[in-house]
Structures are given as C-alpha cells and as structure tokens.
Design a protein around this ligand. Structure first.
Ligand code: 48F
Length: 261
C-alpha cells in the first residue's frame, strides 16, 4: 500500500501532466487574469473554444482586488450591466452619481468562476515571456511559458511552449505581450504609444472602440489597448474592461469560425 505522501504526489503529477498535455495546443491563450481576460475567457469558452488563461501571479483578478485606492468597491456604468447579469454579479445603483457600485471581491470571484464554469482553464503562477511566430505570412501561433518563480529567482531556465490559434494580450497597463512583439518582431511594425493621463469619460469609450486584432493570431483587450494606442486611463470604473473583453471574444470567435483548426 502506498503512503499518503506518495499518493498525494502521484495524483498531482498525473493530473497536472494530463492537463498540460491537453494544453499543448489550444484555440485561445489569454495572457492575464484581469477583468478583460476573464470576461473574454467566459464568452469564448461558452462558444466551445478551448481557452486557457495564463496568469503570472498566484491569484486572479488583476487590478480588481485593489478596488478604488484599496477601498473594496468599484463602479461601472449602465453599458456593463448586461455583462454583470451574464456573470450573476450583484450591484447597487447609486442614484446620486448615476453609477452601479459593486464589491471588488465579488467581481473577481464571479468573473473567474464563470469563466471556469464555461470551460476555460485559469493557470496561475505562469509567466508569458515570449510569443511563437511564423512568417510568410506573418502570424502569431502561440506563447512561450515559464514558471513565474524562475525570473523572480533570477535563474536561467529554458521555457516551454503552448500553440494556439489566437493569443490575447490582456496584461493591463504594461501591454507586456505587445511590447515583446514590438521589440522582437520588427516586421510586425507594432509601436506602443503608452497610456495617457486620466480622462475617464473618453477612456471608457475609446478602449472598447480600439479593442482589435493587432496581427493575425494576436489580439488585445483591456488596459493593454490604452497602452498600445496612447489612450487615457479611467481609474476604478470597469465597464470598458468588461466590454473590451466581450468584444475581443466576439472578434476572435468570428475569426476562428471562419478558419479551420
Ligand atoms: O491589470 P489587469 O487587471 O488588466 P485589465 O484586465 O484591467 C485593468 C484594470 O484592472 C484597471 C484599470 C481599469 O479600470 O485601470 O487597472 O486590462 O490584469 C492584467 C493581469 O495580467 C497579468 C497581471 O499579473 C494581471 O493579473 N500579467 C501581466 N503580464 C503578464 C501577466 C505576463 N507576462 N504573463 C502572465 N500574466
């Protein structure tokens, strides 16, 4: 009879290996488990696409957890209410400010839970350090993955790969994936304009408007859109993050449905 210690280890090895074999090729890799990434994940997974979110922290939520200046509330406007309803996220309408107020922890937990229930995987502790590309024609075909602990420890460890039909940069203010592509694939002609100062009303609109396919196989959502296009920031109002996640899911679903896997 195996000891409990041995059985614990074997169960974890076996099921981790099964998951990673399955994840060696997916339909969509989403980089970053913030509001934009998790919203996109649910809408894509429920259409039947195989979706994985890689998040370098050990928790999901991105910038949601900090609420507004560490206060545990965030707001949205009416444009995001249908999405809140899709996820079963509760809110209170503030008559005076004409805004919907929600608990940051409920937003994080339910975005993640619904994405997972729809069939998406969220893998934490994994850092995307590069992309996989092909030329003639230029396209992105996956990501280069590493345990987050490796760069933190300053170790030189070669990474592994995940192939995918679409990659979404949902890494927030730093647009990390796009920055890598702009630096390492000059023929992609991506330049990162950098986010502008706060102008919430405009920011909320244009972030959604500029949520686009960047290159074949590469998409952007959330605050990474602002970094790419030089758009203003909006602070702890999250409508555009949710709407941008939903929009990128619609763009990808259309693109992937028109090509064979
Ligand atoms: O920053 P984040 O929440 O991005 P978002 O979805 O939402 C922005 C808002 O939270 C807020 C705002 C709007 O109201 O201004 O800031 O655009 O989530 C991005 C996630 O990506 C992870 C990071 O840890 C965070 O959880 N991330 C960033 N770079 C990488 C990454 C990387 N290279 N590999 C894996 N995860």
């Amino acid at each position: 009879m195996r000891s409990l210690e041995e059985r614990i280890s074997r169960a974890i090895w076996r099921h981790t290996a099964r998951d990673w074999l399955d994840l060696s090729r997916v339909d969509v890799v989403i980089v970053g488990a913030g509001p934009a990434g998790m919203t996109a994940a649910k809408y894509l997974a429920e259409k039947g696409f195989k979706v994985v979110i890689f998040e370098r922290r050990l928790s999901f939520g991105g910038g949601i957890g900090g609420g507004g200046m560490l206060l545990h509330k965030v707001v949205v406007d009416e444009s995001a209410v249908p999405i809140l309803k899709d996820f079963g996220i509760r809110y209170v309408y503030d008559e005076e400010e004409k805004l919907y107020v929600l608990d940051a922890s409920e937003l994080m937990a339910k975005l993640a839970a619904d994405a997972i229930n729809a069939g998406a995987k969220i893998i934490t502790g994994v850092h995307i350090e590069d992309v996989i590309y092909r030329d003639n024609p230029l396209r992105i075909e996956g990501v280069v993955i590493q345990w987050s602990a490796v760069p933190l420890a300053g170790l030189h460890v070669d990474p592994l790969f995940v192939m995918s039909r679409a990659v979404v940069d949902a890494t927030g203010h730093d647009a990390e994936v796009l920055k890598i592509v702009s630096r390492k694939i000059p023929e992609a002609r991506i330049s990162i304009a950098g986010e502008k100062s706060a102008y919430a009303e405009v920011a909320e609109k244009v972030v959604v408007e500029y949520t686009v396919k960047v290159l074949p196989g590469l998409y952007v959502a959330g605050m990474a859109v602002a970094a790419l296009h030089g758009l203003p920031r909006m602070g702890p109002i999250f409508s555009s993050m949710l709407l941008s996640g939903k929009k990128v899911a619609e763009i990808i679903a259309k693109d992937l449905s028109s090509t064979t896997s």
